[in-house]
Write a protein that binds this ligand. Structure first.
Ligand code: CTP
Length: 227
């Protein structure tokens, strides 16, 4: 049987939320899994749009790449592209909060007053991008999210799957100290893929190339069941 080709929208990397012209809030995401997914998806004949936060990685050829910095920019780019996609794979590590005010000048240490020089940074919540996409989806569109957890991996991931109204979620466990940096970077990962119908497929020390293949197989089978 001929394999169906789809338009996949993939997000990858961290977002950066500026504090002033030289500082930002971000996280340890490297974009490795999202870029691996994009590469594999192209190889499997799919059309790929990759919305990416800042990373050191080269994007694979044959994709449409949209570079963003902040969660707000990622939301805008995604809102534009989502309508034309069959599936969204939300791999980006979106910063949940951003500074409420962005200083136009570098904030000087001498400008922080008090004997302790205690600097309080006021943050405001960013939009939940994947949950927003799920609210506006068409019935045939598949949405897969991710959950990075340090505790209660499966329970937390299942709660996110439900509350964000996703079709499946890839739960990854932060490696214990001294055992690599997974799920950040090139190390293998521990975790599970959970879907809406209650299935949980766990994996241990799985290389990201193999994890990407499993995620893509999940997306393709969800899409095939909707056509
Ligand atoms: N996500 C998003 N927008 C945000 C935060 C997260 O779209 N503002 C997406 C991520 O891309 C991921 C999923 O939601 O696919 C779960 O992200 P995660 O950081 O694990 O969870 P949070 O929703 O941020 O919850 P918490 O920080 O409480 O674990």
């Amino acid at each position: 049987m001929k394999r169906r080709r789809y338009h996949l929208l993939i997000t990858a990397g961290p977002t950066r939320e500026p504090i002033d012209p030289v500082r930002f809030i971000s996280n340890h995401s490297t974009g490795t899994l999202g870029y691996t997914l994009a590469r594999l998806a192209v190889r499997r004949g799919h059309r790929v749009t990759l919305i990416t936060g800042p990373t050191e990685l080269a994007a694979p050829g044959g994709i449409r790449r949209v570079d963003v910095e902040t969660a707000g920019e990622m939301e805008q780019a995604l809102t534009k592209a989502f309508g034309k996609a069959d599936a969204l794979i939300m791999g980006a590590a979106v910063a949940d909060f951003r500074p409420i005010r962005v200083s136009t000048q570098k904030i000087k240490r001498s400008g922080v007053s008090g004997s302790l020089r205690l600097w309080e940074l006021e943050l405001i919540e960013n939009p939940d991008i994947v949950a927003g996409a799920a609210r506006h989806r068409k019935p045939h569109q598949v949405i897969v999210g991710f959950a990075l957890e340090t505790e209660r991996l499966l329970a937390n991931a299942r709660a996110k799957l439900k509350s964000k109204n996703l079709d499946a979620i890839v739960a990854t466990q932060l490696s214990p100290k001294g055992k690599g940096r997974g799920p950040f970077g090139a190390d293998p990962v521990d975790g599970a893929i959970l879907d809406k119908s209650g299935r949980t497929k766990s994996f241990v020390r799985l290389p990201k190339t193999l994890l990407a293949a499993r995620i893509l197989a999940t997306v393709e089978s969800l899409l095939a069941s909707r056509q």
